[in-house]
Design a protein around this ligand. Structure first.
Ligand SMILES: Nc1ncnc2c1ncn2[C@@H]1O[C@H](COP(=O)(O)OP(=O)(O)OP(=O)(O)O)[C@@H](O)[C@H]1O
Ligand SMILES: [Mg+2]
Length: 253
């Protein structure tokens, strides 16, 4: 059975950075593991962090299915949508990527969303490991487009406000009644003394801290230059921190 990992948290805290490094470690540590990355953020940029080129998002493809003229004559709509969904998969040597895309236009999407849910469920089972870079509102998780989650990492930056926000994300997840098995907190962009200062705020969230990712000048440098974070060296502090977190969380077992 495939293992589903999701990454959540408010905007700009480091979700995509962590997801990219999680995938980096997975590819390097577990050779031969089949991996699906899902970018569920409307402002999708996981592809860039992984160095993969994304040509179309699922939202764009579903939008096309609303136009009857776009569907070849004689082809049932569900077959057309499934075909489009298959087309949206970005395949690479180590990782395949699905990009959900932005909010969909007006009109009812219940039907395509239903198909999308079934598609994700089916496609997900073809992989050993599925990692989801979530959007802040967790919409895909609440709508159950993502069928289940074994481990959810809630990300916060190293500010009291960030931790409180992670606490609210935690409440949101608890209220979802969706199958989230384990939830961990990760604090990012930390410097010396950050964790000590944030201790009380963290305790109030009820979340278990699985580790922190220090502010890494190499992450800043790679982002500035538009270089994929996937290519960060093994000795980068962020890479080492993520490796330690994944070991602690038992992700490689
Ligand atoms: N450990 C780190 N060290 C230095 N900079 C970092 C670190 N983690 C993230 N950043 C920087 O913080 C910014 C936001 O990171 P990222 O894009 O991963 O956040 P996000 O939560 O995915 O944001 P969004 O909600 O916009 O998708 C980026 O400029 C990134 O380079
Ligand atoms: Mg992001």
């Amino acid at each position: 059975m495939s293992k589903y990992i999701a990454v959540a948290g408010k905007g700009g805290v480091g979700k995509t950075t962590f997801t990219a490094l999680l995938l980096r470690q997975m590819v390097r540590r577990e050779k031969g593991t089949s991996i699906l990355a899902v970018d569920a953020d409307p402002n999708a940029n996981l592809g860039e962090a992984l160095g993969l080129e994304v040509t179309s998002t699922i939202s764009e493809l579903l939008e096309q299915s609303k136009d009857p003229k776009a569907i070849p004559q004689g082809m049932p709509k569900n077959v057309f949508i499934e075909y489009k969904l298959q087309q949206s998969l970005v395949e690479s040597k180590d990782i395949d990527l699905l990009v959900m895309g932005g909010p969909q236009g007006a009109g009812c999407y219940c039907y395509p969303n239903d198909i999308l849910r079934k598609h994700l469920e089916n496609i997900g089972e073809n992989y050993d490991f599925v990692a989801v870079d979530s959007e802040a509102g967790l919409e895909h998780i609440s709508r159950r487009t993502i069928p289940r989650i074994e481990v959810m990492f809630v990300i916060s930056d190293s500010s009291a406000r960030g931790i409180r926000s992670a606490g609210r994300v935690h409440e949101l997840i608890k209220g979802l009644k969706s199958a989230v098995q384990t939830i961990y907190l990760i604090v990012t962009k930390t410097s010396e003394g950050s964790m000590k200062s944030l201790e009380e705020e963290i305790q109030r969230t009820g979340l278990t801290v699985i580790g922190d990712i220090p502010l890494d000048p190499l992450v800043v440098e790679y982002d500035l230059a538009g270089k994929p974070l996937f290519d960060l060296p093994d000795d980068a502090v962020s890479v080492q921190a993520v490796e330690a977190i994944l070991n602690r969380a038992g992700i490689f077992n």
